[in-house]
Design a protein around this ligand. Sequence first.
Ligand SMILES: [Ca+2]
Ligand SMILES: [Ca+2]
Ligand SMILES: [Ca+2]
Ligand SMILES: [Ca+2]
Length: 317
Amino acid sequence: MKKIAFVLVGLAVGLLMVSAACGGGGDKEEPTATAPVPEATATEAGTTSETPPPSTVGDIVFDAASATITVDWDTSDWDSIEGVTVPLKQTDVDKLDPVQVQDLEIDIGPLPPVDATLKVAVDENNIYVLMEVPDGFDYNPDPAMHDFSAAMAVMFRIDDAAPASMGVELEDLETSLGVVDLWHWELDCGPGEMSGGGAAGSGNDPECNLDDEYAPNPEDREDDGGGDVPNNPTGENSLSGVWKHTAADGGPGAEGVWVFEMSRPLQTGDTQDAQFASGEKVYIGLAYWDPNETAEGWTGAGHLQSADNGWIEVTLP
Ligand SMILES: [Ca+2]
Ligand SMILES: [Ca+2]
Ligand SMILES: [Ca+2]
Ligand SMILES: [Ca+2]
């Protein structure tokens, strides 16, 4: 397991360098992986001696549906469920500290914003998430080349203090912002294949790279069970997902929609996960990596993300 120092721009953050630490044989090392982790924050995961910045809820607020969804590549079970539009855009590098940007070799290829669609449902046992992103079918089945395939992440707030990215800049790296839970997916298995299912003790999915992760502070992100905090031995990492692209039959680059269908138990008994219960609110952020970002595919920092608009607030039925 790699311990990654990552530059989080607030929580856009957890997602900014999220690509660097995802498990699996095809990972490439991000330049920022070698950045030193300040001692203070590395040992104070989830705590801070200062008052953390307030968590911010944006203007996307909706109710989840009651439904049992089959995680496959058929999305007809979502047809009657209303979704929300979630604008995704790149972090504004001009707002970052230029010295840090240079030191960390953040070199983002510009991408236009996109509007993703998010749907959430629950039944007695599970939470279901559908994320759809309109973009071309750029996909390389070789896991070593997954920077040339789309990638995505869903982030959930664990600690109330964990903010979305608003107003947080690189100098805030030494302030712990609270723990977030991450579902992070780099497409190492093909369309229609069941992904996820990290074993007890680890959120890493070595085969398909749909990892159950957490970020204890802005600089570190780990698979559940990685880093300084062991996974609860009874903790669940049974995240599952299946993806497809609506224009896959059209060949490379065909315009269509990426569809990511995912599920997890509501309660996992794992402090490295958000826990969900009827009537409660869930706070979500989305990220999408577009392989068209640069000639070498996507970069860790170049993802399109929702965090600049604050947390998405979803009330469970
Ligand atoms: Ca389905
Ligand atoms: Ca977990
Ligand atoms: Ca987790
Ligand atoms: Ca694209």
